[in-house]
Design a protein around this ligand. Sequence first.
Ligand SMILES: [Zn+2]
Ligand SMILES: [Zn+2]
Ligand SMILES: [Zn+2]
Ligand SMILES: [Zn+2]
Length: 127
Amino acid sequence: MATYKQPCIHCGTLVERDARFCPACGSQSPFAYLCPACLREVEKGSQAICAGCGRPLYITCPICGGRTFVREKCEACGAGLMVKCPNPRCGAPQFFENEKCTACGKKIKPKDRVVTPAVGAGAPPPR
Ligand SMILES: [Zn+2]
Ligand SMILES: [Zn+2]
Ligand SMILES: [Zn+2]
Ligand SMILES: [Zn+2]
């Protein structure tokens, strides 16, 4: 039987339809957007609030102040919006607004939820 490939919605790489993650960008949901807090599948564009946990699916980027869908990167400035779980045995990437790690359940303190602009990108030019 032929295998079907579909582009990853995050990076565009063709990925096997039954793959559990994208080998190129590492996203665990190559074909769907997931709520960063409860990991329920959400529809981008038609939903404003996660049906599972009620969190907003659009946020203001802490780096550029633009509006962006809750995903790995800000859609306006491209800054990464993921932080690492502070649990040294976990380290799973977590959306910066998550108060708890979705992988190990550890609480993420506000100081560990700070995203920084990517080096060489996102910083507004001085004038
Ligand atoms: Zn990808
Ligand atoms: Zn949710
Ligand atoms: Zn931004
Ligand atoms: Zn964790």
